[in-house]
Design a protein around this ligand. Structure first.
Ligand SMILES: Cc1cc2nc3c(=O)[nH]c(=O)nc-3n(C[C@H](O)[C@H](O)[C@H](O)COP(=O)(O)OP(=O)(O)OC[C@H]3O[C@@H](n4cnc5c(N)ncnc54)[C@H](O)[C@@H]3O)c2cc1C
Length: 403
């Protein structure tokens, strides 16, 4: 069967799906053409997929996609030397509670929406702490880059071997490069509409870099445009949450042990709590992100507005609990949009045949798109190439269950 597959969006979902499609056994032997269209003038991974923390967890949610995704991450890292190529490694992950040393700048700036990563843990919002763990404020022996004297509790959130990390920009761009090597064609432009004839997808229309309108034929369209997905299919219940993050480079000679931390930092003056996430990365950079806000989604990823005060607040919080972070240099201040299914649940994975036959959706991955991308990509590939999803039961995530 001849297939012309157009993927809209060069984030982690689009690029990983392009990679899985390009590797399917019948892709090379049949007349399958695969195109990936990305709107950013800088190419793929400019949105959340390049600016996320990069946690990969077996305890991510929803369970049905988290499990297969974790195994797929392991396979990809083994096959393509993910350790060197995208910073794959198993990582310690803990929940830290304590106080900060210096008073933060004005309260009331920055967002307040939790990114809700810990919802997948057995205890729900927070890991279950035993009384003993609460009383023991000792940090793990190698976690030397947090102030023990400001620590009230540290609890590992999951058992060893169930949490890993990638550098999300490097993972996404590696998937993109590998897909191109396997024959996927890249188009740089902004899709303006999905073209249908009698409720069957027949192509997409896009504006190229020169500002001209072009149309490309398609038998299958995969919508993986993250928070922008409803701009093309307005039935999608996806909302966009902006979140800020910073990258800190420690002083030369300082090594940051591999930990990802969910923090709860109390300002002893005002009793206000803040919860930045902190990620040590293999190249010794430290990523930290804050809560989300409702700042409106711009028309493209290149126009995302970064609020410097929100970034300063993250730095102020994390530098208040660590000498090493305080003495480091802030190398990047950035923001991106999380695609969230407003009716709850998600992501949405499958063919939206009620809207148009041949329209496939892969979006709404909330705070777990990096972790859950390979499972999503595998499921969409099986659906398009084999006619059904074989790797997992994803009925609950099917567009008809959510739209
Ligand atoms: C602060 C923060 C931390 C996070 N940390 C983690 C983490 O540790 N682990 C984890 O698993 N997840 C994490 N996430 C979530 C994760 O980043 C997202 O779920 C994931 O990146 C979504 O990927 P995507 O491909 O759907 O969207 P995006 O990365 O937003 O990609 C969508 C792409 O589509 C393009 N596009 C949009 N419209 C068009 C159009 N009309 N035509 C062409 N192209 C278009 C955009 O330019 C963009 O490149 C985090 C998110 C945030 C905000």
């Amino acid at each position: 069967m001849a297939r012309e597959i157009v993927i809209i969006g060069g984030g982690i979902i689009g690029c990983t799906t392009a990679y899985y499609l390009s590797r399917h056994p019948s892709t090379s032997s049949s007349s399958t053409k695969i195109y990936l269209i990305e709107a950013s003038e800088h190419g793929p991974a400019q949105g959340a997929s390049g600016k996320a923390g990069g946690l990969v967890a077996r305890w991510a949610y929803p369970k049905e996609i988290a499990d297969i995704s974790f195994d797929e991450h392991v396979k990809l890292a083994t096959e393509h030397n993910g350790k060197e190529r995208w910073g794959w490694r198993y990582v310690n992950c803990g929940s830290w509670e304590g106080r900060r040393e210096v008073a933060p700048p004005e309260e009331g700036i920055g967002g307040t929406k939790s990114l809700e990563k810990t919802l997948g843990l057995p205890g729900g919002q927070k890991p279950i702490r035993s009384k003993r763990a609460r009383m023991a404020n000792h940090l793990p022996k190698d976690l030397l880059w947090l102030r023990e004297d400001l620590t009230d509790s540290y609890v590992p959130v999951a058992k060893e071997g169930s949490t890993a990390q990638v550098h999300p920009y490097l993972f996404t761009t590696s998937m993109f490069e590998l897909a191109k090597t396997n024959g996927v064609q890249y188009l740089n432009g902004k899709v303006t509409s999905i073209v249908c004839t009698e409720d069957v997808v027949t192509g997409v229309e896009y504006t190229n870099r020169e500002g001209e309108t072009e149309r490309i034929f398609a038998t299958h369209v995969i919508l993986a445009a993250g928070a922008w997905s409803p701009t093309l299919v307005n039935e999608l219940p996806i909302t966009a949450t902006r979140a800020h993050s910073i990258i800190i480079r420690p002083k030369e000679g300082v090594t940051i042990a591999p930990y990802v931390l969910f923090t709860e930092i109390v300002n002893f003056k005002t009793s206000a709590h803040r919860s930045p996430e902190i990620y040590a990365r293999p190249d010794n950079e430290i990523y930290a992100c804050g809560p989300g806000d409702d700042y409106p989604l711009p028309s493209t990823v290149d126009d995302v507005v970064v609020d410097p005060l929100s970034c300063d607040l993250i730095y102020s919080d994390v530098s208040g609990i660590s000498h090493e972070l305080r003495e480091g240099t802030v190398e990047k201040r950035q923001a991106c949009y999380l695609p969230t299914v407003s009716s709850g649940g998600g992501p949405i994975i499958g063919e939206a045949a009620r809207i148009a036959k041949g329209l496939f959706i892969g979006t709404g991955h909330t705070c777990w798109g990096i972790s859950n991308a390979p499972g999503t990509a595998r499921a969409l590939t099986e659906l398009i190439m084999n006619g059904k999803i074989e790797c997992a039961d994803l009925k609950k995530l099917h567009p008809s269950a959510i739209l």
